[in-house]
Design a protein around this ligand. Sequence first.
Ligand SMILES: Cc1cc2nc3c(=O)[nH]c(=O)nc-3n(C[C@H](O)[C@H](O)[C@H](O)COP(=O)(O)OP(=O)(O)OC[C@H]3O[C@@H](n4cnc5c(N)ncnc54)[C@H](O)[C@@H]3O)c2cc1C
Ligand SMILES: *[C@@H]1O[C@H](CO)[C@@H](O)[C@H](O)[C@H]1NC(C)=O
Ligand SMILES: *[C@@H]1O[C@H](CO)[C@@H](O)[C@H](O)[C@H]1NC(C)=O
Ligand SMILES: *[C@@H]1O[C@H](CO)[C@@H](O)[C@H](O)[C@H]1NC(C)=O
Ligand SMILES: *[C@@H]1O[C@H](CO)[C@@H](O)[C@H](O)[C@H]1NC(C)=O
Ligand SMILES: *[C@@H]1O[C@H](CO)[C@@H](O)[C@H](O)[C@H]1NC(C)=O
Length: 591
Amino acid sequence: MAFLSSKSMHLNQIFRSNNILLLLPLFLYLVICSPPEDPIKCSSKNTNCTITNYNGMFPDRSVCRAAEALYPTTEEELISVVATATRNKRKMKVATHSSHSMPKLVCLDGQDGLLLSTKYLNHTLKINVEAMTITVESGVTMRQLIDEAAKAGLALPYTPYWWGITIGGLVSTGAHGSTLWGKGSSVHDYIVKLRIVSPAGPEKGFVKVRTVNLGDEELKATAVSLGVLGVISQVTLKLQPIFKRSITFLTKNDSDLGDQVLSFGDKHEFADITWYPSQRKATYRIDDRVSINTSGNGVYDFIPFRSTPSIALVSIRATEDIQESLRDSNGKCAFAKLTTAVLRKTAYGLTNNGKIFTGYPVIGYQNRIQSSGTCLDNNTKLTVCAWDSRVKGEFFHQTAFSIGLSVVKDFIKDVQKLIELEPKALCGLEQYNGILMRYVKASSAYLGKQEDAVDFDITYYRSKDPLKPRLFEDILEEIEQLGLFKYGGLPHWGKNRNLAFDGAIKKYKNAGEFLKVKEVYDSSGLFSSEWTDQVLGLKEGVTTVKDGCALEGLCICSQDSHCAPSKGYFCREGRVYKDARVCTRYRKSKL
Ligand SMILES: Cc1cc2nc3c(=O)[nH]c(=O)nc-3n(C[C@H](O)[C@H](O)[C@H](O)COP(=O)(O)OP(=O)(O)OC[C@H]3O[C@@H](n4cnc5c(N)ncnc54)[C@H](O)[C@@H]3O)c2cc1C
Ligand SMILES: *[C@@H]1O[C@H](CO)[C@@H](O)[C@H](O)[C@H]1NC(C)=O
Ligand SMILES: *[C@@H]1O[C@H](CO)[C@@H](O)[C@H](O)[C@H]1NC(C)=O
Ligand SMILES: *[C@@H]1O[C@H](CO)[C@@H](O)[C@H](O)[C@H]1NC(C)=O
Ligand SMILES: *[C@@H]1O[C@H](CO)[C@@H](O)[C@H](O)[C@H]1NC(C)=O
Ligand SMILES: *[C@@H]1O[C@H](CO)[C@@H](O)[C@H](O)[C@H]1NC(C)=O
């Protein structure tokens, strides 16, 4: 899955190319699915509800409840709903049509809260061709925005690679594409105006609607707000005239990756790198703007974001489960190589004309290349997005952090040292198409990136059993701690396991300014929860200490019981980063 992690495997092709998988007894699992379900489920009409994320489970497996879910269809309705809830001192959270963030930002404490879904706030309100701006309601998806802008001859230059997310949700978590050029790749840095609906006192009718413009100090808070300032109802973004891009994927060995990473991002406007550390390879995306009259009508329909037969997902998952239980690292490495080879051969889903791939470079219009997600429209009963929790398919953890350019080379070298010690350790994540490395720039948003950086996006196997250790879990935990703590990486707000947020807020120099704005917008914290208070440093308890807590990233282990001593996993120091504490199987000697 993807990039997101987006890195899943390219399951369709694997399915076709590896018939062995078909021998598994999978039919039992087939269910009727697609399109993706609403993440909100209510036992009776809009009341007594639960909400989850797109993979069906939050990092700490909490079940999040709400007394009611409402689906406003206009800004007026939204305003009146927020006013009523504020008058009743009711907690609220904003939900989207498909809840693509992993952490439980959308969770309400207790059972009495209200979910406000932006599912029907999905209209494009205005396109101003002269000013090159688009104004949309916050529930509009990336895909709709791209299409509408293109119809007017315009484009958003840098976007997340998955088009299923909403404008309101993606700016709230600081989502981005990849570039070091211009204002960088974070969508929120292209906001020229937004409207946000927040609680207020009785004198104001219990609700206040603010229009925040580019240049207003408050935009620094509202641009990336984790949903705690109120409901964003509309967003206006700055666009550019549509353009074409020319893409070539080039795979090389990774021995000079640390040196390449800086210059590569300067050289190519849409550069990114996918790193396969155990294969000692890196795939460079050589991707630049070209003249609009350059011929080419390429399309990027990223294979991991295409629909996949449920049966293939089930068989791949079953294979992964077996490899895990047999500790079959060779099997994982072979599977990873196959996955990577098939993806490379199929150009990851690029085609020169929308149908077939005939060779690099692939040249095409921005709107047909910047983002994808065709699994959202395949409505057959038997195919789904790879992470659909209605199928017993992919189930994974995500670790995603950005590391400042000044130290990124050292981080890469440390990971390479770990691979020297344990060459097969990262085959597991290569099954999810490796580590995606993308460029992000410093932002003026208080909770945006603090410096120019490389974002590392890692997706990896998660057991359905929270107390079951993973193959080479120690190496992944060490990489997570290297990135987040030794190199001070900033966790992506919309991804990650709980421990990534431990102390994260202290890495933002203007976090205090954010909290001041929060106090003004929502002084009684109706849009906050225990979790958002913890993440924002207002409460203790981002990590939870209990038996086995380190296995799912709920804590960093400090004693053996936080790992799985009965299964031979003990808490030990890292191998390259001595301050790391990881669950390891190989070293019995005490810390
Ligand atoms: C397959 C996949 C690919 C991805 N690719 C990328 C990528 O390329 N780059 C990247 O940076 N990220 C990526 N992500 C992460 C994604 O961008 C974030 O998780 C994003 O927040 C998801 O948006 P959403 O619309 O699903 O919002 P949700 O996850 O539903 O909500 C996120 C937060 O925003 C709040 N919120 C939502 N709407 C509003 C609103 N209108 N007003 C106020 N608060 C609101 C919610 O309460 C919640 O706190 C990917 C995720 C997936 C699943
Ligand atoms: C609420 O839903 C849960 C299942 O999610 C159910 O067990 C419970 O009985 C329901 N409560 C009410 C009051 O309907
Ligand atoms: C808005 O979303 C609803 C529900 O998913 C859908 O039926 C409708 O067609 C969408 N409207 C637009 C303008 O896309
Ligand atoms: C990696 O590639 C470089 C050339 O790009 C080459 O000089 C080097 O020997 C290669 N290293 C390995 C281990 O293959
Ligand atoms: C493309 O357009 C540019 C001007 O925008 C012109 O200089 C160039 O010759 C054109 N190229 C082709 C192949 O038509
Ligand atoms: C749906 O997915 C299947 C399997 O990947 C594919 O063969 C089919 O062409 C897809 N259909 C559409 C309409 O995209």
